[in-house]
Design a protein around this ligand. Sequence first.
Ligand SMILES: NC(=O)C1=CN([C@@H]2O[C@H](COP(=O)(O)OP(=O)(O)OC[C@H]3O[C@@H](n4cnc5c(N)ncnc54)[C@H](OP(=O)(O)O)[C@@H]3O)[C@@H](O)[C@H]2O)C=CC1
Ligand SMILES: O=C1O[C@H](COP(=O)(O)O)[C@@H](O)[C@H](O)[C@H]1O
Length: 577
Amino acid sequence: MASISLRFHLQPAAAFSAQPFNASTKPHRHCPPQKIHAAAGRRCLLRVKSSNGHPQIGASFSDGVLDGMSSGAGAVLPEQEENTVSITVVGASGDLAKKKIFPALFALFYEDWLPKHFTVVGYARSKMSDQELRNMISMTLTCRIDQRENCSDKTEQFLKRCFYQSGQYNSEEGFCELDRKLTEKEAGKQPNRLFYLSIPPNIFVDVVRSASRTASSPGGWTRFIVEKPFGRDYESSGELTRSLKMYLEEEQIFRIDHYLGKELVENLSVLRFSNLVFQPLWSRDYIRNVQLIFSEDFGTEGRGGYFDNYGIIRDIMQNHLLQILALFAMETPVSLAAEDIRNEKVKVLRSMRKLKLEDVVVGQYKGHTRGGKSFPAYVDDPTVPNGSVTPTFAAAALFIDNARWDGVPFLMKAGKALHTRRAEIRVQFRRVPGNLYSRGNNVGGGTHLDMATNELVLRVQPDEAIYLKINNKVPGLGMRLDSSNLNLFYSERYHREIPDAYERLLLDAIEGERRLFIRSDELDAAWAIFTPVLRELEENRVAPELYPYGSRGPVGAHYLASKYNVRWGDISTDGSF
Ligand SMILES: NC(=O)C1=CN([C@@H]2O[C@H](COP(=O)(O)OP(=O)(O)OC[C@H]3O[C@@H](n4cnc5c(N)ncnc54)[C@H](OP(=O)(O)O)[C@@H]3O)[C@@H](O)[C@H]2O)C=CC1
Ligand SMILES: O=C1O[C@H](COP(=O)(O)O)[C@@H](O)[C@H](O)[C@H]1O
């Protein structure tokens, strides 16, 4: 079977090049003047990846499985050597930096996706030497298991490019020091600077103010990746946006939702828009309901302090699941360009009904003992206040009031400390009208066809897969029907490690590709859907239904689904998947 490779093409100028000075230079530089090497005028660079999927030069069909992140990416044009990218991880001592950001940067380096000349700097208040930072991050770096050659050489080369700067988050002094370090490492090349804000949200604005004023690139682009949470509700999110925009242009702000970088979420649009079979089915005419399901088999362990202020609706639904919903339900964009896609997402989000309290079920896990092992309750976490009613589970029924989706329930379910770790999209199709095989001539047993309607499942994680449940005849002389799956299991089809979401998103930010980042109007629309119900839950201190750690969650989720004549697809009756 043919596969199309869209990843490698040469693209003059735009991708790594400096933005026009006025597009990224809102900040005023306050550091004492330094000698800045004039950047060379040539801006043409190798664009190593097209995650926006434009089939440009270099797009190719090939037999079997081609494309591979490593092939071709290392070809470097001479011009590239004159540019450099400095990536500053602010909050480098923290959990996310260690767990995700440094490993993702290393993976990009390992596979030759980073520009030839780059520098990684960790910034935080903790005191650390360069060597201590390297020791810390070397604990979490791993080479791709499917191509482990040169692992230690590559690790060493990468670590040599990593440095540390200690400083306060609200101190221009600290960021001036950083600026000096960056300038030294940039060694006269055209500098582009990316700041990753891997810090608690209450200090986002401090950092942006100080860093933009004192450590912006003197002649290239300056971009900030901002981690969630983007506020707690419509108002605070708007306030955060306004504050950030005092120092930055919207195109400098990369609001990350790491679910948008997951392979299966990327594949959703490909599945939808490049397969004719799905196109006519993708509407209320054929789809009965859509389910967006997230579950984790562990609690808030260690993050209770953060979590209690947010809860599962803000932590997972308002961002990760809603973003997937928007991609699922949007109209066909004019093109694959970032603004065209984001325009469609915002339209569908704005067509959604505000969520009502009667369409929400909330739960919280309680302690449980199983097999002699005890699992704590949410409120046993010492960082969680006694008597907290913060939901660790929620189910919700959402609706899109437009012509395509009128009346179709989009059911969401998200929870911590459940029986399994899973994220998936399930699409349940309508029943076959006048189905011959459900008129009692299905003698001999087999599946009950009134129940066994077609279902398309995109399993985001773990074990990425796409499968379609269809009805078929059991072989033999009789007429017994069965429900089976047409499968695409990634591990069987593609013998390679799937890149982590943070790799794709970091690379996109370096390339200036905004498609997978959230624009401020999308964020407003997303908060508008959830803010009223969040307020009601909090003002009324709605008591969550308790569910045992490791269970399938509150039974209320089933009542909510049945109110809309839906059965959750993840509660499988046939035991498969
Ligand atoms: N961890 C995760 O899995 C995920 C995290 N996120 C988001 O990413 C960001 C970073 O997360 P994470 O790494 O877990 O955060 P941490 O709590 O580990 O904080 C990161 C660093 O920020 C500094 N810091 C922590 N608290 C404060 C404070 N009150 N005031 C000033 N500085 C502080 C500390 O560095 P120092 O003391 O050295 O200055 C710390 O090492 C957050 O916005 C989080 O919501 C998003 C998705 C998942
Ligand atoms: O954003 C968040 O995501 C993680 C789950 O991410 P995953 O990639 O491991 O599925 C979640 O645990 C965390 O609470 C939330 O803040």
